[in-house]
Ligand binder design. Structure first.
Ligand SMILES: [Zn+2]
Length: 376
């Protein structure tokens, strides 16, 4: 692949491992098999092994609803310092703790650096180091303790995040929030544990709220890339209409409805809208979302999803990216199950006859463009 410098994953969760389990990200603990929340798929060792040079590191504070619905999780949370913080602090306070914790982890690691703007990203890549970029998953963090209609309060927090270098925000997540409707994203088997009643409160007719509209508008002004993953199909369309291509929009970890018709996944019109904005679709590395039956191997489904996004965006590879969701409480593909195995995607694209230029776009060039056009 010549001197292509920037294998990029636009959605993964090392920060959650650091926060919840007090992991030292310089160490690899274990890879695990299947769905294993304790696995360590995105630590710095795994990133180096896979040659990943840019990681959009998702800061996600698990919603309080998870603990309300499940006494076992509540009990488990008491056993770790991160879990105790979740029970004690607000989601907003937890986010700030997680963010600074992640920055400390990066600061003490050799060959890793935070990038808080495009200029910093260029500098980091020029040194040959790996760049870590903050993103935030779930708009609920903006709302903690605020009235649903307090748009200025939400926007003040968003501004603080933008100034801290956060490049992107998923407006919705697993449970109802003050910003937008969410699609079901808790896999069926995890909703039916005997110890838990996991009703995610999905209302597919719900779009953006007035506060959600104000937040998305502020993202355009602050240069933070809107991520429509987890939104209802209705909310996604409202985001596209509101942003009106002033800034690239993304779906960072997702599949397509032609292969798996879940509301979570994108349809043709979604991909058209994201492509028109200059954005990207990050293909998730979790067979559950890509194609039934699952779990199991996923490389084939990853390829088919990438190729569908290519076809739906006018036959160009410019809107395809990698958004693994590793370490996000996901069950990864058995045949590509950690950052260390991402070179398999490079090999796969080559094997399928994708040109070097197009492959480099998928592996990182497209994501770089989105940041240049949509970030500070
Ligand atoms: Zn997610």
């Amino acid at each position: 692949m010549g001197d292509f410098p920037e294998l990029t994953d636009i959605h993964a969760h090392p920060a959650m491992n650091a926060f919840l389990w007090d992991r030292d990200l310089r160490r690899h603990y274990w890879t695990g098999r299947g769905f294993n929340p304790l696995a360590s798929l995105t630590d710095f060792k795994m990133l180096e092994k896979g040659g990943v040079k840019v990681l959009w590191s998702s800061l996600h504070v698990p919603e309080a609803n998870l603990f309300e619905g499940c006494w076992l999780l509540r009990l488990a949370a008491h056993c770790t310092s991160g879990g105790r913080k979740l029970l004690k602090l607000s989601a907003w306070e937890c986010l700030l703790v997680m963010m600074s914790k992640m920055e400390r982890q990066v600061a003490r690691a050799d060959r890793f650096q935070m990038a808080r703007s495009n200029a910093e990203l260029d500098q980091v890549l020029a040194t040959g180091n790996t760049a870590i970029i903050h993103t935030v998953e779930g708009g609920h963090v903006l709302s903690a303790g605020l009235d649903e209609n307090d748009a200025p309060g939400h926007i003040a927090r968003l501004k603080q995040l933008a100034e801290g270098g956060v490049s992107s925000l998923t407006v919705s997540h697993l449970f109802p929030n003050h910003l937008a409707g969410h699609a079901e994203a808790i896999p069926k088997e995890q909703r039916s544990y005997p110890t838990c009643t996991m009703d995610a409160g999905v209302e597919l007719s719900r779009g953006l709220t007035p506060t959600g509209r104000a937040v998305v508008e502020a993202m355009v002004e602050l240069r933070m890339v809107p991520d429509v993953t987890h939104c209802t199909p209705v909310a996604r369309q409202e985001v596209y209409a509101l942003v009106a291509n002033r800034i690239p929009m993304i779906a960072s970890h997702i599949g397509v409805q032609s292969m798996n018709p879940e509301p979570y996944n994108l349809d043709w019109a979604d991909v058209q809208a994201i492509a028109a904005s200059g954005g990207v679709v990050g293909v998730i590395f979790m067979p559950y979302w890509l194609e039934k039956p699952s779990p199991g191997p996923g490389l084939d489904a990853i390829w088919k999803t990438m190729d569908t996004v290519r076809e739906w965006s006018g036959g160009t590879w410019e809107h395809v990216a990698i958004g693994t969701d590793f370490d996000g409480f996901t069950d990864p593909a058995d045949d590509c199950k950690s950052e260390a195995e991402l070179p398999r995607i490079t090999e796969m694209l080559e094997r399928k006859g994708v040109s070097t230029k197009d492959a480099q776009a998928v592996l990182g060039g497209n994501a770089r463009r989105v940041l240049r056009d949509g970030w500070r």
